[in-house]
Ligand binder design. Sequence first.
Ligand SMILES: O=P(O)(O)OC[C@H]1O[C@H](O[C@H]2O[C@H](CO)[C@@H](O)[C@H](O)[C@H]2O)[C@H](O)[C@@H](O)[C@@H]1O
Ligand code: UDP
Length: 916
Amino acid sequence: MPGNKYNGTPVTPRTRLERLLLNRELRKFNRFFNPSDELDDGLKEAELFANDSVLNKDENCGPFNEETFSEGVDGSERLHKQRLLVVANRLPVSAVRKGEDSWQLEMSVGGLVSALLGVKEFDARWIGWAGVNVPDEIGQKALTTALAEKRCIPVFLDEDIVHQYYNGYCNNMLWPLFHYLGLPQEDRLATTRSFQSQFDAYKKANQMFADVVNKHYKEGDVVWCHDYHLMFLPKCLKEYNSKMKVGWFLHTPFPSSEIHRMLPSRSELLRSVLAADLVGFHTYDYARHFVSACTRILGLEGTPEGVEDQGKLTRVAAFPIGIDSERFIRALELPQVQDHIKELKERFAGRKVMLGVDRLDMIKGIPQKILAFEEFLEENPEWRDKVVLLQIAVPTRTDVPEYQKLTSQVHEIVGRINGRFGTLTAVPIHHLDRSLDFHALCALYAVTDVALVTSLRDGMNLVSYEFVACQASKKGVLILSEFAGAAQSLGAGAILVNPWNISEVASSIGYALNMPADEREKRHNHNFRHVTTHTSQEWAATFVRCSLELNDTIVEAQLRTRQVLPLLPVNDAVERYTQSSNRLLILGFNATLTEPVHTLGRRGSQIREMEPRLHPQLKEPLKKLCKDQMTTVVVLSGSDRTILDENFGEYNMWLAAENGMFLRRTTGKWMTTMPENLNMDWVDSVKHVFEYFTERTPRSHFELRETSLLWNYKYADVEFGRLQARDMLQHLWTGPISNAAVDVVQGRRSVEVRAVGVTKGAAIDRILGEIVHNQGMKAPIDYVLCVGHFLVKDEDIYTFFEPELPIETPPIVRCRLPEPVGLPVPKIPCGRSRSKTHLKKQRSLSTLEGNYLGSGGWRPMVDDRISVHEGSSVLDLKGENYFSCAVSRKRSNARYLLGTTDDVVTLLKQLADCLH
Ligand SMILES: O=P(O)(O)OC[C@H]1O[C@H](O[C@H]2O[C@H](CO)[C@@H](O)[C@H](O)[C@H]2O)[C@H](O)[C@@H](O)[C@@H]1O
Ligand SMILES: O=c1ccn([C@@H]2O[C@H](COP(=O)(O)OP(=O)(O)O)[C@@H](O)[C@H]2O)c(=O)[nH]1
């Protein structure tokens, strides 16, 4: 077709976003040019309604009684559809028991349910709680059968779990916190036990959901977990099956990391969510807050794609929800809705109608709304008999005392205002403590002049979308809280208000009621276009398609994992250790042999970090290893001599301090391996810069060593620390070190300035020579285990053993500044082949005869080194007897990865256990 961009040369989308946009366009295009598809859908739907015998169609059925939420049981239809398991706390129906084995199903009310009803593109099954306690087997069986017809699968939660998990942890902890209402200050839930037992119940409930999902999961399914009730679920699911494609979507706001960090279980919850492959939020702000919480609380890397942890990427993105707008637009044509509209118009003739539709929840700002209306009436007496506010307040979470208190509060205010401004025949506020059915709601939306949404916080707020969808003829005004997610999509057409500012809301009511028709029309059209194009179908399709792309995500994550290091094959390393006769263990100290410290600086940890201490569990194994005649242990560290003395003085080992510039056997004195003409004139001026930044960066500190200076901001605010580091580097380069022979080494949270030549790799040659000489080693070393959290600059220690490895550029050279927060970390290529056979190119070392200058008089050996001939080399190392391990570093020249210092403990314990 001429001019059709999808008909000529295929457009190849380059990015995920481009692919999603292209898909969306293609779907629109198909709908436009293949309207028969739509017709089919319509027919299918009509048939399904006719077949819908399970849902009761009387008033009790709630808002969706004329429609179905499922497509029936036509298996063949679904053959080609993607299977989707939607897991949410609540099923879209609540069950009411009618007898021992008979159940009536009623639609649940709420935004999540409304939105997911629009999802028709997938072969979907719902898994969730039916909102009722069913202790007996007969009842459970009967309910399971009844729900199966609606493609729903129940999770049976008993009363105690519901109380602790749902009323307690979900609605008394997470809900208020995520909506910026803080944590409970008092025991508001009389029967609620402690936080810990609520959290345990939360985990237990999530595990029960996972069990059901796992039972129904088939290979290729996408599992879509919903909301704050199920933050633990992704982790449970991945534990069952790491290949499961798992997405998680949050319907509430995700608060600033400053709020989230109040939660006692903050880290555990974040980590569990991160087990998902895709994590979605309504708005970019919520996604940003989530990434920032992962960075600040877990210390993980945030990238534009998501959050990365040890090479595993969890994608994080905004997927703003929508509604099934067609369903609302169609409903307005139905005779019963038209009748209802007529009734309402007659009832409120001569008065403007204002409408509020909310669950009776603190976050909806109902008292604020009513108070603003009162102020408006107070200030505009001419409007008193010309306007009415209809407030639908759907009861919710009625077991929670806070909600009960809110109900009384609202009743009290409404009563007072009606008493104040009402007449014998009319009251200004009509308050309804109940839900309306779908058609009644549509009719109300249609007759409304001004809708008032004053949420103090709201994930999205679908009511505002539904109102806009029903306003095609009236073109009423939407007053919308700036704290609802919807403000980001409908903000252009709505009047945005701060609900806490009662006067601002009151004056906005006046502005809306008096708004000229052309302005109303413009605003409405803008929003109507948005609501009808950003539908719930689009929302779900985009999320699930993106989940399907998780194929890519998984592959990509695997690729990245492959690019980073494989885990150390511990058993192999131990076995080869036992089979060797002259073993060398080179161990880093900081972040290798030290106790793990939490990334978030607590005062206690910071002090401990400034004085690093040997991991207590390493004392025994280290003692054993050091005593072994056939094992030589070297601790090679950036730390100064005192620190190594304090920590290792009692062991029989070698200590190499300040990156190997000082060396001693613990039985002897310190000697220097420093190049003779090391110029240290720059130290004072660098020290001044470091002092300046330490004073101005709370919780940072610096260490003055003999051959280097280190500024550490590990405990400072991450983002501020990075900014300061950037600034510091500029200061350094333009001032004190502009002409000095120094290297600047940038760590993850540190900046170090060293004299050129001060590296572990440069020192190791000299260190080995001394060791061989001092110990009178006769046999060559046939096993090397080198473990450390070495910075890139110090990775020359690995190149020492494997000279064919690419030499990495030091991370910071004059032209390269630290990456700004949120930008991708440059990838260092790691694609190299590692010979498992004999290390042919092993660097020739000092011979067994040695070349030292006597104790205390060590001098560089480089020139004196005698090249070795086969057989008399210090090293006779087969490739498979060489194990280099980077501790918690994703990309490295080491052969293997050890995840944490705990893994180092396990390894050294195993080695020690082989010794008798
Ligand atoms: O099931 P309840 O505890 O009675 O609560 C009803 C639902 O409330 C919340 O809805 C959220 O989802 C909407 C759609 O994404 C969004 O527009 C709204 O801002 C949110 O508040 C809750 O997240 C659901 O889990 C509840 O089912
Ligand atoms: O009497 C009522 C009042 C509300 N709703 C529905 O409840 C949902 C409320 O969703 P929203 O996102 O506004 O807030 P939530 O209650 O999920 O926090 C909307 O789809 C409404 O149509 C309903 O079905 N009947």
